[in-house]
Design a protein around this ligand. Structure first.
Ligand code: KMT
Ligand code: NI
Length: 177
């Protein structure tokens, strides 16, 4: 994992867009974005995920593979993942293989790009504006963890501006409007 401010140039979303200004794990955590790298064999990683699920009450999981060949309705899904949105629940992803970018908005509404790869675990909090893209490797496989009653539906910007989960997130990071 590596995080940095997005350079806001208009080239392909799959490029790194690295402004050269890093963002630390602590900075991410202050935005409610939690990161952990899991170590060990795949089965050791799985048992760490099992413990995390118990601790945080994630009762369900599935796996998604994203590449032009593997994901049905690829073009449409890729567009949807990259439209700025929130969820009313955490977005928890364990990267099983491949790599990609999660972009999240900071307190001043700047994009922070989080480059994730195999064995990275990322928790994106409810109410934060974010988006996802593949990188130029064009492939990621991720385990998606969710609570019993997942609130999957992305709520796009600006529709989510007055959403209570958005307001609560702004309060949590000290940026209430
Ligand atoms: C999402 O909600 O943006 C996704 O599930 C796609 C990213 S998972 C690597
Ligand atoms: Ni999302």
């Amino acid at each position: 994992m590596r995080a940095y401010f997005y350079d806001n140039t208009s080239s392909d979303q799959r490029e790194a867009h690295d402004s050269g200004v890093p963002v630390s794990v602590e900075d991410l955590s202050a935005l409610g974005v939690l990161y952990r790298r899991l170590e060990g064999t795949p089965s050791e990683c799985l048992s760490q995920i099992d413990s995390l699920c118990l601790e945080r009450s994630y009762k369900n999981r599935d796996e998604i593979a994203i590449s032009p060949e593997l994901l049905p309705n690829y073009e449409e899904k890729i567009k949807m993942f990259f439209s700025e949105h929130i969820h009313e629940d955490e977005e928890i992803r364990f990267i099983v293989d491949g790599s990609g970018f999660f972009d999240v908005r900071d307190r001043e509404d700047r994009w922070v790009r989080i480059s994730v790869e195999k064995n990275d675990l990322l928790i994106v909090p409810a109410g934060i504006y974010h988006r996802f893209t593949l990188d130029t490797g064009n492939y990621i496989k991720a385990m998606r963890l969710f609570k019993e009653d997942p609130k999957w539906t992305p709520i796009n910007r600006p529709d989510a501006d007055n959403n209570p989960f958005r307001q609560e997130h702004l309060k949590a990071i000290g940026a209430a409007e």
